[in-house]
Design a protein around this ligand. Structure first.
Ligand code: HEC
Length: 387
């Protein structure tokens, strides 16, 4: 038997902390005890338990996990003491001992400053419209410091008290979305209280959420350009799809159902349907003289732009993208590629073992790719190990 890998015990721990705090906030809101901030119930405390720090300090994460186990044991003893009269005092006396012996983690690692919006969820659904709206706002307000590509090399960057971070790295995936919202709207301070980034209070909440969507889409594309993979998981941007003989529906309605293939139309390739997935053709703004469209078509003007950003290319035509059943984008094939192969999987599990399976290998490249995609689902947890 192999020992648990770090991601196997840490992600559930981070998920538990997140879920418990969110549950508490929901309870407060339900009881009418939570104020409102930027449209959602506000986290009332100045601190919260942090997942993202645990990822960096595994020693403290272990201590926290053990302490929680000890606390659970203490609660269990108290419950037993209620029932088992004869040994009651012995059990009750064991509780303070346990509390003293528990390997309490350092509070400054486990607790981080919180904002009223720390547990807010984005209302945008990562829609293509929102991404495109965010792009325009970014060009208007943020590019001077953060740079066109988000790497922090804007013309004003050197004049800032600290260097703007690389938004194309893991940062946006580690931070709680609600913390990002707060920082964009209210600015950032260093630990001495000196302002490091100005706040953008003049933006509407929806505009700040759109900026966050754009930064993620751009970060995914930049990652693809720089390293050839999506090092952070990225979901399908949501758009309306029109399928023959059906009501138009959002792409997200397929989540948990079918695999999706998005094909950016070009004038040369005729598309063949494939029974293993739903194919949707993405239409550019002007789509004269295209080959016969497949069953499903995406023609929202924002879609082409959003997919170009995520695919990290200015020449989207002919590109194909595959999304898994959970709506994560997983693979890309560049224009002109002969066919799919397993190597096209751009968002993959780092710990995947190359174990030879007993099943016979699928006959074609696409089959192999799909088998691998299905076998290694994305288990993304904010602030946890990715993929
Ligand atoms: C005047 C320069 C400047 C402008 C304009 C600016 N930023 Fe920043 N930004 C910074 C600096 C400097 C930091 C690093 C702050 C720090 O680490 O304390 C930062 C940090 C960030 C972070 C990371 C926050 C975190 O959690 O660590 C995000 C996200 C961000 N900026 C988004 C934006 C967006 C969106 C805009 C436009 C609405 C914007 N910034 C405009 C200078 C700027």
């Amino acid at each position: 038997m192999s020992a648990l890998t770090d991601s196997e015990w840490l992600n559930p721990l981070i998920g538990l902390l997140q879920g418990a705090q969110l549950g508490l906030l929901r309870l407060l809101a339900w009881l009418g005890l939570a104020a409102s901030s930027h449209g959602q119930p506000a986290w009332p405390w100045a601190l919260r338990l942090s997942g993202e720090n645990l990822l960096i300090d595994l020693g403290q994460a272990r201590r926290l996990a053990l302490t929680l186990l000890v606390l659970a044991l203490a609660v269990f003893l108290l419950v037993v003491a209620l029932i088992w009269r004869r040994r009651r005092w012995l059990l009750v006396a064991a509780v303070p001992m346990l509390l003293v012996l528990a390997p309490w983690p350092q509070p400054e690692v486990v607790l981080v400053p919180a904002y009223p919006t720390s547990f807010h969820r984005s209302p945008t659904g990562f829609s293509a419209e929102s991404i495109v709206q965010g792009r325009a706002l970014y060009a208007q307000h943020c590019v001077g410091c953060h740079g066109i590509d988000g790497r922090g090399q804007g013309p004003l960057a050197a004049a800032q008290p600290v260097w703007p971070p690389n938004l194309a790295g893991p940062l946006l995936w580690r931070r709680a979305d609600g913390d990002l919202l707060w920082r964009v709207l209210h600015g950032t301070k260093d630990r001495h209280g000196t302002s490091t980034m100005p706040g953008f209070e003049r933006l509407a909440d929806s505009e700040a959420w759109a900026l966050i969507d754009f930064m993620k889409a751009q970060g995914a594309g930049q990652s693809l350009r720089a390293s050839g993979v999506w090092s952070q998981p990225i979901g399908l941007p949501d758009v309306i799809v029109r399928c023959e003989g059906r009501e138009p529906r959002p792409l997200s309605s397929w989540r948990g159902g079918q695999r999706l293939r998005i094909v950016a139309a070009d004038s040369t390739t005729a598309l063949l349907e494939d029974p293993r997935m739903v194919t949707a053709q993405l239409q550019p703004a002007s789509h004269a003289a295209l080959p016969r469209a497949p069953d499903c078509v995406i023609d929202a003007p924002a879609a082409w732009e959003a997919f170009s950003l995520i695919a990290g290319t200015d020449h989207l035509a002919g590109t194909q993208l595959l999304a898994d059943r959970d709506g994560w984008l997983r693979a890309r094939s560049a224009p002109g590629d002969a066919g799919w192969s397993e190597d096209d999987l751009l968002c993959r599990t780092a710990t995947a073992s190359g174990n030879p399976q007993d099943d016979p290998p699928p006959a074609d490249g696409l089959g192999a790719l799909i088998a691998r995609m299905d076998a290694e689902p994305v288990r993304f947890l904010k602030g946890g190990f990715v993929h």
